[in-house]
Design a protein around this ligand. Structure first.
Ligand code: G1P
Length: 290
């Protein structure tokens, strides 16, 4: 069994929900406190044992690439001023994990974005982390939980969370094989953005996946689905005819950074967790309660 050492992060979308900010700056660069959202995602990959990350961008999003490279000018400035903590902060990540980039110029859907990672995956299973979903794992990072499930099943695993019936139409929804209970379930089917009437459960795909390389064969011929987009979920359904696919309930808290409420919630919670900011944030919350 091949170990999971590679991760893919699609980041080529327009981020229309965060306009006007996203006109010039990618939504992946939205800061939660002082760190771009995508850095939390890359750190989750690193903490899960991933060694190589591929970020899928478009030519308007070069600043994501800049963020993960070395900034020699800044580094020598910080060194000359003896700002060692700041220097370590900007140098640390590029030295710990290999971050590569590829370009997706046409926005044809998540399935199309993932297909751009075929040569990077090079026949190996890989983790897929969507940038709108930021997790704080209870016992370990979300991706690490999925990797453990993959090591147990040797099959694709979809990270899930339970959503309300009203919200099923925003997600890919899983149908476990009947009578199965527990957090790791074999799936019978998946459906992208069903109506509440169509939804086979409330188990939503939460932006974390382990996929076997066989997925690319289905993505290559995948017809457009919901919203006229090439949907990854549709290819995962086809993959199920050939290989087992599992879902794993992620043990942790998820922030939907793609929504303004989720973004604000992350800002509050992450500040409260920070030694240098928790009392200031608590004070702000108390003031505004009055
Ligand atoms: C994508 C996937 C969907 C998944 C969701 C998780 O949808 O297509 O299956 O449930 O991410 O965030 P999107 O949010 O890009 O519409």
């Amino acid at each position: 069994m091949k170990p999971i050492k590679k991760a893919v992060i699609p980041a080529a979308g327009f981020g229309t929900r965060f306009l006007p900010f996203t006109k010039a700056v990618p939504k992946e660069m939205l800061p939660i406190v002082d760190t771009p959202t995508i850095e939390y995602i890359v750190r989750e990959a690193l903490e899960s044992g991933i060694e190589e990350v591929l970020i899928i961008i478009n030519s308007e999003k070069e600043c994501i690439r800049t963020h993960f490279g070395h900034n020699r000018l800044l580094e020598s400035f910080l060194a000359s001023k003896n700002k060692t903590a700041e220097l370590e902060m900007v140098k640390e990540l590029p030295s710990k994990i290999k971050v590569e980039f590829t370009y997706q110029e046409e926005q044809l859907g998540l399935g199309h974005a993932v297909l751009c990672a075929e040569s990077f995956a090079n026949g190996e299973p890989f983790a897929l982390l969507l940038g709108d979903d930021v997790y704080v794992g209870n016992t370990m990072p979300a991706t690490k939980q999925l990797i453990q499930a993959y090591n147990q099943t040797n099959a694709s695993v979809l990270g899930t969370m339970e959503v309300s019936m009203e919200d099923v139409s925003k997600y890919g929804i899983c149908k476990p094989i009947q009578n199965e209970t527990g957090s790791l379930l074999q799936l019978e089917s998946v459906i992208e953005k069903p109506t509440p009437a169509e939804a086979p459960s409330r188990l939503a795909i939460g932006g974390r996946y382990i996929l076997t390389p066989r997925i690319f064969e289905y993505l290559k011929t995948q017809k457009r689905g919901v919203g006229g987009e090439i949907q990854l979920t549709d290819s995962i359904l086809s993959l199920m005819s050939e290989e087992k696919v599992y879902s794993l309930a992620i043990d942790g808290k998820r922030y939907d950074i793609g929504s303004k409420k989720g973004f604000l919630e992350a800002t509050i919670d992450f500040s409260l967790q920070r030694e240098d900011l928790s009392s200031a944030m608590q004070e702000l919350i108390n003031t505004h309660k009055k």
